[in-house]
Ligand binder design. Structure first.
Ligand SMILES: NC(=O)C1=CN([C@@H]2O[C@H](COP(=O)(O)OP(=O)(O)OC[C@H]3O[C@@H](n4cnc5c(N)ncnc54)[C@H](OP(=O)(O)O)[C@@H]3O)[C@@H](O)[C@H]2O)C=CC1
Ligand SMILES: O=C(O)[C@@H]1CCC=N1
Length: 274
């Protein structure tokens, strides 16, 4: 029988993973998603053909894997409500919440449980996600393989052996799509200022990002060399890149990502109080 996966929460991140799983051939009938509101679940059911349920406990009672995909701020309440069924059923638990550490989640769920923390990102929806995974000591090799298979169905998987590194993963890839979307906005606005129709500037910017990522992933050359190949001496790219360097792009990126990781640590401290 197919592995039965229940998502607690059916929002942006859960929908992205569910959409990617189905796209990669996972049977919709083995997936359940929960949310407090039937009105919210109806379109999810309609769109993906999965089971939906407003009752978290009933949905977990049938699950082999439970993906905790609610906002960190309500995770304590949700976990405490699930503790009894989880202790009985003992599924593999995968939390996608930013910040919250495995020890805290395990305590909220009644203790002594296999917990994988996963930091995915929304491009999972199109099978191009990037996830960092960390397993607590109770996760078996089979369960690690199961978590890997589940997340590889929607993109790249990288395991980290030290839990705090998940905050770095959050800064790179969990929040990362937003950095590129912001870059698209900025490139579109600048393209329009240079006279292009907005739609043309947007499509060119996105295709360029896709092409650059594909090319860099297929190449054995580091990004720096690929960049230098675009920069003809005395040419246009050199002028643009020097402006970005003078404007402090690298330092700005370092600071933004440090803030991101710091926020994950703050959230853990704020929410992890038991
Ligand atoms: N968005 C992203 O790019 C990423 C998010 N994450 C993590 O994913 C998690 C979810 O984020 P995101 O999907 O963006 O948030 P959303 O707000 O989009 O989704 C949260 C979902 O949880 C549902 N929910 C609320 N209360 C309950 C409950 N008691 N039981 C079951 N479901 C409930 C909400 O339903 P309703 O709307 O009806 O309240 C909603 O469907 C967070 O912990 C976040 O840190 C991780 C990586 C990337
Ligand atoms: O912004 C957030 O808190 C979540 C976690 C990573 C991406 N979105």
């Amino acid at each position: 029988m197919a592995t039965r996966v229940t998502f607690i929460g059916a929002g942006n991140m859960a929908s992205a993973i569910i959409g990617g799983m189905i796209e990669s051939g996972h049977s919709p009938s083995s997936i359940t998603a929960t949310s407090p509101s039937d009105a919210f679940l109806a379109p999810v059911h309609e769109r993906y053909g999965i089971h939906t349920n407003t009752d978290n406990v009933a949905a977990v009672a049938q699950a082999d894997v439970v993906v905790l995909a609610v906002k960190p701020q309500i995770m304590k309440e949700v976990c405490e409500g699930l503790a009894s069924v989880v202790q009985q059923r003992r599924p593999l638990l995968i939390s996608v919440a930013a910040g919250l550490d495995a020890e805290t989640l395990e305590a909220w769920l009644g203790g002594d449980l296999a917990i994988v923390r996963c930091m995915p990102n929304t491009p999972a929806l199109v099978g191009a996600g990037a996830s960092g995974l960390y397993a607590n000591a109770k996760v078996s090799d089979e369960q690690r393989t199961l978590a890997t298979e589940l997340m590889e169905a929607v993109g790249l998987v990288a395991w980290v052996e030290e839990e705090p590194l998940l905050d770095a993963v959050t800064a790179v890839s969990g929040s990362g799509p937003a950095y590129f979307f912001l870059m698209f906005e900025a490139m579109e606005e600048a393209g329009v200022r240079l006279g292009l129709p907005a739609e043309t500037a947007r499509r060119l910017a996105m295709q360029t990002a896709l092409g650059a990522a594909k090319m860099a992933m297929a190449s054995d050359k580091p990004p720096e060399e690929l960049r230098r190949n675009v920069m003809s001496p005395g040419g246009t790219t050199e002028r643009a890149v020097s402006r970005l360097e003078q404007g402090g792009l690298r330092q700005l990126m370092a600071e933004a990502m440090e803030e991101c990781a710091e926020r994950a640590r703050e959230m853990a401290a704020e929410l992890g109080k038991r």
